[in-house]
Design a protein around this ligand. Structure first.
Ligand code: NAP
Length: 236
């Protein structure tokens, strides 16, 4: 039976690198993000390179609960068992709590946290039934560090790590592994406009590779947290 990797925010950056990594491993994919053209281009590329897999796509704004639930429905309609779920979609709006735009907190909590909460609740019941699967929650070094330009982004990522730790405890009896991933600065669109050199960032492919290697460990082992930073250290 084919296995499915579900990845949110897969059109660009870390999510796209994850999709490419799991496709290479023979996983079929269920992918979402808002920009349909990104998803279509990735679907065309991956099905050409790996004709044995299926790539299911659905344009989704994960900050909206009903759209998350529609995406979950598409996943269920594939009838493939969810082996991997990566809650990756996220948005970074730099700022400080006392200065950032009104609504910055709501937007980042909805996109970075509630999205994962709703998708987990929609997909976990069938994973529990199957007693299988591995959930990766893409947190950040901003989940453990109060960056002065982090504002509500830090709040959302601290909360995401909290949720991920709770889920890890809850999933123990069901043979479902839960891993929190805390990357530092990674060279993606999140950093558009930054004039820092490439050497200050990790490549998104490195994050994807660590996730894949973590999945490949024995089912008796879970890496609970992955903390990774650029070799030259944090930015800012
Ligand atoms: P990115 O290159 O900007 O990609 C983000 C992806 O998420 C895109 O495909 C984007 O597509 C999608 N997305 C954004 N808002 C969405 C929404 N409301 N609904 C559905 N999809 C949405 O960002 P990235 O750097 O790869 O970030 C991926 C994750 O890693 C995020 O959770 C981020 O917080 C985390 N992270 C990144 C870094 C870093 O330095 N890059 C460090 C630590 C953690 P659309 O715009 O088309 O929707």
């Amino acid at each position: 039976m084919k296995k499915l990797a579900v990845i949110t925010g897969a059109g660009k950056g870390i999510g796209k690198a994850l999709a490419e990594c799991f496709a290479k491993e023979g996983f079929s994919l269920a992918l979402c993000s808002r920009t349909e053209a990104d998803l279509q281009a990735l679907q065309a590329k991956l099905t050409q390179e790996y004709p044995e897999i299926n790539v299911f796509i659905r344009p989704t704004d994960v900050s909206k609960k009903e759209e998350v639930l529609n995406f979950a429905q598409m996943v269920q309609e594939t009838s493939l068992p969810v082996e991997i779920l990566v809650n990756n979609a996220g948005v970074f709006l730099p700022g400080q709590i006392h200065q950032e735009e009104d609504g910055a907190l709501e937007k980042q909590i909805e996109t970075n946290l509630y999205s994962a909460y709703h998708l987990i609740r929609a997909l976990v019941p069938t994973m529990i039934e199957a007693k299988r699967g591995h959930i990766f929650n893409i947190c950040s070094t901003a989940s453990i560090t109060a960056y002065t330009n982090g504002g509500s982004y830090c709040i959302s990522k601290f909360a995401m790590l909290g949720m991920s730790k709770v889920l890890r405890e809850e999933m123990k009896p069901y043979n479902i592994r839960v891993t929190s991933v805390l990357p530092g600065a990674t060279l993606t669109n999140s950093w558009t406009g930054s004039d820092l050199p490439e050497s200050r960032f990790m490549p998104p492919e490195d994050v994807a590779e660590v996730v894949l290697n973590t999945y490949h460990l024995s089912e008796r082992t879970v890496i609970e947290e992955i903390l990774m930073r650029p070799q030259l250290g944090d930015i800012g």
